[in-house]
Design a protein around this ligand. Structure first.
Ligand code: HEM
Length: 141
């Protein structure tokens, strides 16, 4: 608790408080920033899945068959779709950071546009990726 000039404890803090999610007006740059963190975490889960795939391969035929059964199941396909969406959105978010590192995209308008295109490009890349998988017959429902 902060103190008054007389040294007594003051119920009201004298320092500015950090803004919290509840008092922030929603805007797209905030959303894309949160998404970058969420998809970064999601990509970590993706890496774990990749390791699980390799481990199942090393464990032998039965384990690998079990992994493939899960991978091709409806739940597995939802997991892969979400991981790919997270991966592509994180990738385009990374490109956005690179653009910022070049010193561009900092005006409120361009920051909003960049945030929008980051999300949109991530979604389009994901849909294109899955369209390729279905078109090549590697994935089917
Ligand atoms: C499997 C691959 C990846 C994993 C597991 C991963 C994971 C993460 C995680 C956990 C964070 C921290 C998020 C936070 O706490 O705010 C992060 C941040 C970041 N990632 Fe990734 N990432 C991956 C790939 C990439 C790629 C390919 C790019 C670039 C195209 C990238 C660019 C970035 C950048 C620029 C940040 C820093 C964001 C900031 O400063 O707020 N990442 N990543």
């Amino acid at each position: 608790m902060s103190q008054t000039a007389s040294g007594k404890p003051s119920p009201t803090p004298r320092r500015a408080l950090s803004p919290h999610l509840q008092v922030w007006r929603w805007h797209i740059t905030m959303f894309s920033s949160i998404m970058h963190r969420v998809t970064g975490f999601g990509s970590t889960v993706g890496l774990i899945m990749l390791v699980a795939w390799l481990v199942s391969l090393a464990l032998g035929h039965q384990a690998y068959a079990a992994f493939l059964t899960f991978a091709a199941s409806p739940l597995g396909l939802i997991v892969w779709f979400l991981l790919s969406l997270g991966g592509f959105v994180h990738l385009t978010g990374g490109v956005r950071h690179w653009i910022w590192d070049l010193g561009a995209g900092f005006t409120p308008k361009s920051a909003d546009q960049l945030a929008f295109w980051t999300m949109a490009a991530g979604l389009v890349l994901t849909l294109a990726f899955w369209a390729c998988l279905f078109a090549s017959g590697k994935v089917s429902l």
